[in-house]
Unconditional design. Structure first.
Length: 367
């Protein structure tokens, strides 16, 4: 069976060959076509388009009269502009969000399920306010309704900012695709006071552990507290969808236990598991639990001992603060917590009971 092929366009400029966008050649039931992949100049991405077109080729020959296969091919190649009267058919909000998520996932600008989930929540919010209408019917009149709805839901300022940011990204993207003549309104971000990161003191951890009636959750808690791993990074089974693709593996290197962690954004970085915590790690591996179950047990124990403001992620905050008590080197802690930016590490150090200024002056840590 003949399949589509790709070829990179080129031209001569000042005696030199200049490479342009890739072009895909395909044979449908209605004929043979060459379609330029606008702006696509790397072979890997062009091959992703080719996979889609191959499937359309196969279906067009198997079911020639079922669909307008040329139109489907234009859409698969991101060349809707070649479809006659295409802009007369405007997708609904839900269809637009699905298209946005698919596009961002294809180009790797979305790397995690949690990011996809935030877009879906923004989509649901917008539909709750205006209905699942064609995108070009979104107007400036919807701005006030959207703001009222956001304020009525009891969201934190951070959550409101995330929802607004996702909706505005969606509207700007719709403008680029000419689903909208222009973005119909602007909603500014709320100025949020920088978060202080609260940490669990060792004596508080002892209280929480004493209230936990599940030995497995105790093991998860101790591993998290002593490594700084996020809850979903405690997973050791890459195929467990409950952990959204985050996991770790373990190996012995230079007489130390090293965890290789696939964390947020798909980044893979190492961290150290203290020898005395290895038995708890083994319990965790042998008795895997759903992350929501772990979080629920932990919160229940915190409430029981009078520490209702803590949740499981505070174990990560605590690792940052506790290591700074013994080593105030911010770059050491940046590496330990696998942060991309020193500024992120500083946020964890600005605790209400542990000031960064005192740490760097050497007043509160033991050398």
């Amino acid at each position: 069976m003949t399949m589509s092929r790709i070829k990179q366009n080129s031209t001569q400029r000042n005696g030199k060959k200049v490479w342009g966008s890739y072009k895909i050649y395909c044979t449908l039931s209605s004929g043979t076509y060459g379609i330029t992949l606008k702006g696509i100049k790397d072979k890997r991405t062009a091959n992703q388009f080719k996979v889609k077109v191959n499937e359309i080729e196969r279906l067009s020959k198997q079911f020639p009269n079922q669909k307008d296969w040329l139109k489907e091919t234009y859409i698969a190649c991101g060349r809707e502009d070649l479809i006659p009267n295409y802009n007369d058919v405007i997708p609904t909000i839900s269809e637009g969000f699905d298209e946005l998520i698919e596009t961002k996932t294809m180009y790797k600008s979305i790397r995690s399920q949690s990011t996809i989930d935030t877009y879906k929540l923004a989509c649901r919010l917008l539909i709750d306010v205006v209905g699942d209408i064609p995108i070009n019917q979104i107007s400036s009149m919807h701005k006030t309704k959207l703001q009222l709805e956001l304020n009525s839901r009891g969201y934190s300022d951070n959550t409101i900012n995330i929802r607004v940011r996702n909706i505005m990204q969606f509207l700007r993207w719709c403008e680029e695709l000419e689903y909208l003549d222009k973005v119909p309104f602007q909603i500014p971000q709320i100025k949020v006071k920088p978060n202080t990161k609260t940490w669990i003191k060792p004596e508080e951890l002892d209280l929480i552990l004493s209230a936990l009636d599940c030995e497995v959750v105790k093991a998860y808690t101790l591993v998290a507290y002593h490594t700084g791993l996020r809850l979903r990074e405690l997973n050791t089974n890459p195929s467990d969808t409950a952990y959204r693709g985050l996991y770790n593996s373990i190996k012995r290197v230079d007489n130390k236990w090293k965890l290789i962690v696939k964390g947020k954004g798909g980044k893979i970085k190492p961290t150290i598991l203290p020898d005395e915590i290895k038995p708890y790690y083994d319990v965790m591996v042998s008795n895997r639990r759903n992350p929501n179950t772990i979080s629920r047990y932990f919160k229940r124990a915190c409430v029981k001992v009078g520490l209702p403001h803590y949740h499981f992620h505070h174990t990560r905050h605590s690792k940052a603060s506790n290591t700074c008590m013994s080593n105030p080197d911010i770059y050491y802690n940046k590496s330990l917590l696998r942060h991309d930016s020193v500024k992120t590490t500083e946020k964890y150090l600005n605790d209400t009971r542990l000031s960064w200024e005192k740490l760097v002056e050497g007043e509160t840590y033991n050398a």
